[in-house]
Ligand binder design. Structure first.
Ligand SMILES: Cc1ncc(COP(=O)(O)O)c(C=O)c1O
Length: 461
């Protein structure tokens, strides 16, 4: 088997992360892999706390009253709900299960916003009873909520009206101009059965200017609704705060160089289908930028307009609150030689690295960890290219299609640690296909030479 010189394969290393390196150096991951007998994820909750604090600091620095709601869909672990409850942060839920999880871990109903389309009766009823704020997506949903509030024991039903983004007219979410007009009229008629607290949106993509523009439009809508006698004192700008996974030069040269020959079976990916793994403005800095932007057609920054109009700013970051907050660990179960590269098969499936199921690939490179520790530099000038397959009978079950230029030859029993996977990668598509157990999640409560760990959820008795 020939080794390929380094220069011929593009690489995309993740940003260095000394804390994750300490976990890798500790030897704990091989112990856990042995104990679980399959893949697992580890979580770093202090990173979540730091990301939340950074969002709150951005609001404070801009002098804007605001609230951060963690978009729960980004990761199912219980520990995030525990952190939200402890820090009095909000949670964005979109199902009865998510709402139960939030409430069950101590998040108060008044700190929950309920999003998602065509919410079920059960979800709406529970949300009203718990005093949650409900983002109404359509007129029929509003009618259902008003009926529930008029006939139920608890009122008012707290609601936002979700705006269909004019710049994304093909979105299936939210209401257009005419529907918003009708919705306002119905809220006025519903009297004290409902409390119309404002408007919301969620935009695809990560650009900041469109978010400031639409937020500006929502402020105008609030002023209009207030004239009608409605409360309308808050807006939610949804999620979509980018995460910066890798350095600019690595990302740009990766995009320029990558081609089908660099992937197993010459798999072709369109560069536009990749997540933007480098973002010059990410996380709480994106919020700072949005607040500092003058919405289209205006004269004042969004921050100034929020203050002038006495409007509270809500946001629902998912991925950005989980930046750097966890990694995914697979163990190599088999190694097969191919022409010029190897196919490594791990002990889990690509259903535990969700990006693969969106015509795309999770690109930040896995770290090879042998029983004696992480391999960083290899034999000078030589690399050991390998793609990574899942332990299933599906051709399409590739954890990594790309031939990753590993610095040493991957061997059975080595670990592959995929970095920064807490946001959407770990569990949004997980499945016990082939009766494989779902990978457990391990919470690292303390780092150091001997990290202190526990299971995210205690096993049932
Ligand atoms: C309504 C809503 N809010 C928030 C989010 C979270 O987005 P992100 O994780 O990109 O911040 C989503 C994601 O789909 C969403 O649909």
């Amino acid at each position: 088997m020939t080794d390929i010189p380094t220069m011929t394969l593009p690489t995309l290393p993740a940003h260095p992360d000394p804390e994750t390196d300490r976990v890798l150096d500790s030897g704990l991951l091989h112990e856990l892999s042995y104990a679980f007998g399959g893949p697992f994820h580890f979580l770093l909750p202090h990173r979540f706390d730091a990301n939340l604090a950074a969002f709150r600091t951005a609001l404070h620095d801009a002098g804007v009253e605001g609230r951060v709601y963690f978009a729960k869909k980004a990761n199912k672990a219980a520990v995030w709900m525990e952190r939200c409850a402890a820090q009095q942060a909000g949670v964005d839920v979109a199902s009865v299960g998510e709402l139960r999880e939030a409430l069950g871990h101590g998040v108060r109903g008044k700190n929950v916003v309920v999003t998602g389309p065509a919410k079920s009766d059960e979800l709406l009823r529970l949300a009203v009873l718990q005093g949650c704020l409900i983002a109404i997506d359509a007129l029929d949903e509003l009618d259902l909520l008003i009926t529930l509030a008029l006939t139920g024991a608890v009122r008012p039903a707290r609601l936002l009206l979700r705006r269909l983004p004019p710049a994304q007219p093909h979105s299936r979410f939210g209401m257009n101009d005419a529907e918003i007009e009708t919705a306002l009229d119905r809220c006025v008629r519903a009297g004290d059965a409902v409390r119309m607290e404002g408007f919301s949106f969620h935009l695809s993509g990560y650009a900041t200017q469109p978010r400031a523009d639409l937020a500006g439009e929502l402020l105008d809508l609030c002023l209009k609704a207030r004239v009608l006698g409605l409360q309308a004192d808050r807006i939610s700008i949804g999620g979509g705060f980018a995460v910066d996974y890798s350095a600019a030069d690595h990302w740009h040269s990766f995009l320029a160089e990558q081609k089908p020959e660099h992937y197993h079976a010459k798999k072709a990916f369109r560069t536009g289908d990749f997540y933007p793994y480098h973002s010059p403005v990410a996380g709480a800095d994106a919020l700072r930028t949005i607040l500092d932007t003058i919405p289209e057609g205006g004269q004042h920054t969004l921050a100034a307009r929020l203050k002038d109009t006495g409007t509270l700013l809500m946001m629902e970051p998912g991925r950005a609150l989980l930046a750097g907050a966890g990694s995914t660990v697979f163990c190599i179960q088999g190694v097969k030689e191919r022409d010029g590269y190897r196919i490594v098969t791990v002990d889990g499936t690509s259903l535990s690295l969700s990006e693969q199921w969106f015509n795309s690939e999770y690109l930040p490179e896995p770290q090879l960890v042998t029983p004696s520790g992480p391999v960083n530099g290899g034999d000078a000038g030589a690399v050991h290219p390998a793609c990574v397959g899942g332990a299933s009978c599906l051709e399409s079950d590739m954890v990594t299609w790309r031939k990753v230029p590993f610095p040493a030859r991957p061997r059975v029993g080595d670990l592959l640690v995929y970095p920064n996977t807490a946001g959407y990668q770990m569990d949004s598509n997980e499945s016990p296909f082939h009766d494989l157990p779902l990978p457990p999640k391990v919470v690292m409560d303390r780092l150091g030479d001997r990290p202190r760990w526990r299971l995210d959820r205690r096993p049932a008795c």
